[in-house]
Structure formats: structure tokens, C-alpha cells
Design a protein around this ligand. Structure first.
Ligand code: GTP
Ligand code: MG
Length: 585
């Protein structure tokens, strides 16, 4: 995650109380009952009714194939607690391996993948199986180095004395955990027969798989085992692109150490008589508390965390974090704490992505296009971030006629009493019940939307206007910055403050170029070697837009005579010319 605003004050997250030690649907229901009881005590009946409504709407959403992020989190966390991660040998025999493990109980799901060796994720049906398995696991010895005896669910499979014959291995398949290289993607897209299909194919190739999502939650659960040594009631939750629906295979793993689930915050002292409270160390500010907690947990991750390497404590950032690589999963991890607004942004992005399938497809396509041309980068700098880019896509979709997604203000107006959330004085309320959201019937195709997206931002008045998804309308810029995108929840902040003028110019130039390319018949229609054709297909449509050589092509093409562009693009070029002349005079 990017290093951005710090979030200081505490706001108890009521629903996190019972998330520990849950098993299956029965315990999910039990947990919700307990949560309701808790809410009844601490907040009041309205919230209980709201929560019951939310549970009902979650059920009906599930019937429609949609899950709230809250439900998804609970399910995945619970699966992760019942799972172990095992480093295998490349000669591991799948059948024997499963037979050996199933001595401890039924296995629900397992898969293999490669990351510095072969690993297996094994999810048991019951948590008792994990306990039973761990009872028989040995602490390594015999080497010249000593081991820190911190026991985790990251294990190594040893196979002494017997050698498996190679034909027994053939059944084992490794699940990919990284995206296909861009040139392979370009080839794949060039074989598709329409731009719509290219966009769907890109989304399918890049989005997180079920297995990758499970692995992300498992890594959070393994880290939680370290943090619970100090804070037994804490949870570690993924946020950002790992769960907001816009994550690409290989994206970083943003994690939040959630201490709101620690009980006792809402215990009210009686007005008279005896009562007890904990003695606790105090610091000057919430930020200082966050820094000290992350410092200690970071140290433990560094010293004790199996597979965690390159730990850096970046505690003076606006949002303090611990960054490290988790080698067994291959994830680059950022651990933060007390970062509730980011979790709310994640929920919002997830909700928008669930509303209409075109949202995710367009975000994936634009993110991939931006990365292919170096508009975004994994290195922090003056580049547009993926988060900003996503907000730009959402804003564009709000501006369609009729709009494809509603404004954030509208989502706030639809919120029920249980949705009310105020974090550090910022109103982060929006509806959580998908069924309350009425969408308008916009039938634009992905191809149309992609072309229109490029035209929209090729002609957007960035010098005067700010992008605002709360209102769904551009607003006058409140401050000087080349690109101004209002932070949806901390509305006085600009999420793209880091972007400099030359990066914005590059983005606009690429939008112009891409809009133009999509209007050229030679690039917008399938060419030789298309669907069903043999040999290397000629890039066309979206595949052309992803070719890095297109960037270099911009300058040379400007000198060439173009095919007639749309009136809007012509108008834009005209206005740019006039602007340049004005600047010179
Ligand atoms: P990737 O580039 O795939 O990692 O996308 P990401 O969405 O995970 O972005 P990133 O890792 O940079 O940030 C993680 C999450 O933090 C985002 O999804 C947002 O929820 C939040 N976030 C990131 N940058 C900002 C920002 O400038 N302002 C606010 N309010 N939230 C941000
Ligand atoms: Mg991220």
C-alpha cells in the first residue's frame, strides 16, 4: 500500500468482536447472535434491527451470487484457521501426501503451487485436525544453526528413506499465483474476435483466483498467530486490492492489524460501587500507540516469523507500516494498524465492483493499460496510483448517461442505521445492502466504454476541475495540484497529491493516443491470425493498446497524417494548440 494519511482516533468496530475461533455456518450464525447481543448492550435496538436486516440481505445477496465483504472476510478467515501451508519436495507424491495428512481428519480442499519450491495449502474440515497434525510435528535439529522454537502452521514435508517413482507424480498440478507475461496476454487477446471479448479475457487472466485469495487469507492468519502472543483477541485482515475485487495476481498484500475486536472497550463503569479497569501504558497519541505496536510486531515478524524476510519498519510514514516479503507465498506484504478509512475504501470499491460486471472489467483493463505504459508503477513516486486510477474509472462510470454506478452521496442516503460510520470526524457511511441500490439501465458495451473512457480523460479539464465520486460531478479544484481527486471519505484530502504535471501530461497523451487508435479501422478490427487462425496473431484492438511500442509511436505518429479522428478529439487538439500559443505569447 501507498504511504498516506494516518488515522488516529479509535472507533470500535462492533462486528469484529466475535470473529475468533469460528467454525462453519453454525458458528457464523452463533457469532452473529453474539454480535447482536453485544450491540444490544452497547448501542441499542436500532442497530440490532439493522444488523438483522443486514443478515437477511446478506442471505438474499448470497442467493443472487453476491456476498458482502464482511461475509467474505468471515468465511475466508475461518477457512484459513483450518489450513496449513506445507513446503513439499518436487518429488512429493500427491496420493501418499494426502493419505498421510488425512490421518488427522477430513481434508476439505488442497492445492499446490510454486514459489521458491513447491508448496501445498491444505484446508481441513475441522480445526481439531490442525491441532492433531501439529502435535506430531518435529522441531528441526541436526544442523549447525539453532532454530527459534516458534511453532506456526508453515511446515516442511520430509520424506526419509523412500524414493517415489516419477510416474506417480504426474497427477499433481500447480496453481498459478502470478499473471501471464504481457506478451503472452497480447497474443491471447489478439485471437479474440471482439474488443468486448478481449476485455473479458484480460479480466479473467489477471484477476485473483480462488486459490490465490485463500493463500492471502492464510498468510494473514499465520501472521495473526504471531500478533496474538501479545493481543490474543486481535485479527489480521487483508484490505486493498487483495479483497476489493480489483486485485491482479501478484499484487501486494495489504494487511490491517485489527485491535478493535479487543473486548472491554465498551464495558461501562457503573455509576457507583466497585468495579475494575485494566492498568495500561499510555502514549501521547493514537499514532504513537500504533507505532509502538507495529514496532514490536515488526520485530517479532523479523525475528520469529518463518518465511518472513526483508522486514522494514516504516513507522514515520503518514500511515506507519511494516513491510516485508513472505517468501513461501511470494507476497510483498504491508502490515498497518489503526487504518479504518482504508478498510472503508476497500468496502466501497468492493461494493462498486459487485454492482455491475463492467466496473471490474473496465478497471482491470485500464489498470493493465496504465501499467503496460508505465503510467503506474510499483515504486512509489509521482506516478498515478492504482487506487487513484480506480477512482477515475468509477467517476467516469458515474458520468455516463444514464450512470452505470451511483454517487457515493446516493449510497450514503440509502444507508440504514447499522451502516452509520464516522471515523475521526469523517462520515464514512454508505449502504451495505446491495438490494437497496437501484441501478439505471445503461446498455453500453465494454468496447464503447473503453473508447469513451479514453476520450473522457483526453478532454477532461484537469487544470480547473477536481474528480469527485461523492457528488459524481467534477468540482472546482480546492487547491493547486496537477491532478486533484477528492478522497471519498477524508474529503479535504487529494488522493493524487503525489502526481506531478509531467505524469499527468503523459496520462492525457496516452488517453488521446488510445482513443485515436480505437477509432482506426486498422486497429479496431481483428486482423489475420484472429480467432481460430494459425500462427502468431497480429495484435489488434485492446492488444494494440497494450503494446509498449505504441508509446514510442506517439511522437512519430503526431508528425504523420492521421485518419480523421472524432470531432471531440479534433476539438481537443485544437484547444491544446491554442493553449500552447497562449502560453508562448
Ligand atoms: P495495488 O496497486 O494492486 O496494490 O492496489 P491497492 O488498491 O491495493 O492500492 P495500495 O496497495 O496502494 O493501497 C491499499 C488500499 O489503501 C487501497 O485499496 C485504498 O483502500 C487505500 N489507499 C491507498 N491509497 C490511498 C489514498 O491515497 N487515500 C486513501 N484514503 N486510501 C488509500
Ligand atoms: Mg495493494
Amino acid at each position: 500500500m501507498r504511504i498516506y494519511a494516518s488515522f488516529r482516533k479509535t472507533m470500535a468496530s462492533s462486528f469484529a468482536v466475535c470473529r475468533l475461533h469460528m467454525r462453519g455456518r453454525a458458528s457464523l450464525a452463533k457469532c452473529l447472535q453474539k454480535t447482536d447481543a453485544f450491540l444490544h448492550r452497547s448501542i441499542g435496538t436500532d442497530v440490532v434491527i439493522a444488523r438483522a436486516e443486514a443478515t437477511r440481505s446478506d442471505e438474499s445477496d448470497e442467493k443472487n451470487g453476491r456476498k458482502s465483504l464482511h461475509t467474505l472476510h468471515m468465511e475466508r478467515q475461518e477457512q484459513a484457521e483450518r489450513s496449513v501451508l506445507i513446503s513439499c519436495q518436487s518429488s512429493t507424491n500427491e496420493k501418499k501426501f494426502l493419505k498421510y495428512l488425512s490421518k488427522h481428519g477430513e481434508i476439505n480442499k488442497y492445492f499446490f503451487y510454486e514459489s521458491y519450491g513447491v508448496y501445498a495449502v491444505v484446508e481441513f474440515a475441522n480445526q481439531e485436525s490442525v491441532t492433531s497434525l501439529l502435535e506430531g510435528v518435529a522441531i528441526p535439529g541436526g544442523s549447525h544453526e539453532s532454530a527459534v522454537p516458534f511453532k506456526s502452521r508453515l511446515l516442511s514435508l520430509r520424506n526419509l528413506g523412500s524414493v517415489d517413482s516419477s510416474n506417480q507424480l504426474s497427477g499433481r498440478q500447480c496453481q498459478p499465483q502470478t499473471t501471464i507475461p504481457i506478451n503472452e496476454l497480447i497474443k491471447r487477446l489478439s485471437r479474440e474476435e471482439s474488443i468486448d471479448k478481449q476485455i473479458s479475457s484480460l479480466t479473467e487472466a489477471y484477476q485473483l483466483t480462488e486459490e490465490n485469495s485463500r493463500l492471502r487469507f492464510l498468510v494473514c492468519s499465520l501472521l495473526k498467530d504471531i500478533a496474538t502472543a501479545y493481543f490474543p483477541e486481535c485479527t489480521i485482515k487483508p484490505f486493498g486490492s487483495s479483497v476489493n475485487g480489483f486485485g491482479k495476481l501478484g499484487c501486494d498484500l495489504d494487511m490491517l492489524l485489527d485491535l478493535d475486536s479487543i473486548t472491554g472497550r465498551n464495558v461501562k463503569l457503573p455509576k457507583s460501587g466497585l468495579s475494575l479497569e485494566y492498568q495500561m501504558k499510555r502514549a501521547n497519541s493514537e499514532r504513537a500507540v500504533t507505532q509502538s505496536i507495529l514496532s514490536v510486531i515488526g520485530e517479532c515478524v523479523d525475528q520469529f516469523g518463518p518465511g518472513c524476510v526483508g522486514v522494514q519498519k516504516i513507522l514515520n510514514a503518514r500511515c506507519p507500516l511494516v513491510r516485508f516479503a513472505h517468501q513461501p507465498s511470494g507476497f510483498q506484504c504491508d502490515l498497518t494498524a489503526n487504518n479504518r478509512v482504508a478498510m472503508k475504501s476497500t468496502e466501497l470499491l468492493y461494493l462498486y465492483g459487485e454492482l455491475d460486471p463492467r466496473v471490474r472489467s473496465l478497471v482491470f483493463t485500464v489498470r493493465c493499460w496504465a501499467r503496460a505504459h508505465g503510467v503506474t508503477s510499483s515504486i512509489p513516486g509521482a506516478w498515478i496510483t492504482n487506487f487513484s486510477l480506480t477512482v477515475m474509472v468509477l467517476f467516469f462510470l458515474q458520468k455516463r448517461t444514464p450512470p452505470i454506478i451511483p454517487t457515493l452521496d446516493h449510497l450514503r442516503d440509502l444507508a440504514g442505521p447499522g451502516d452509520k460510520t464516522v471515523i475521526e470526524g469523517n462520515d464514512c457511511t454508505f449502504v451495505s445492502d446491495f438490494n437497496k441500490i437501484q441501478l439505471q439501465s445503461n446498455t453500453e458495451t465494454l468496447e464503447q466504454l473503453l473508447g469513451e473512457f479514453f476520450e473522457f480523460y483526453a478532454t477532461f479539464p484537469f487544470s480547473r476541475m477536481s474528480i469527485n465520486i461523492r457528488k459524481g460531478k467534477e468540482q472546482n479544484k480546492p487547491e493547486v495540484a496537477p491532478l486533484h481527486i477528492q478522497n471519498p471519505f477524508e474529503t479535504s484530502l487529494n488522493v493524487s497529491k503525489n502526481v506531478n504535471a509531467s505524469q499527468l501530461d503523459r496520462f492525457v497523451a496516452l488517453c488521446q493516443e488510445s482513443a485515436w487508435l480505437l477509432q482506426q479501422s486498422e486497429t479496431s478490427t481483428p486482423r489475420g491470425g484472429g480467432a481460430g487462425g494459425e500462427g502468431a496473431p497480429t495484435p489488434w484492438g485492446l492488444a494494440t493498446l497494450l503494446l509498449p511500442s505504441q508509446v514510442a509511436g506517439i511522437k512519430s505518429r503526431k508528425k504523420r497524417r492521421r485518419e480523421p479522428a472524432s470531432e471531440r478529439i479534433k476539438g481537443l487538439l485544437e484547444s491544446l494548440k491554442n493553449k500552447n500559443q497562449l502560453k508562448k505569447s
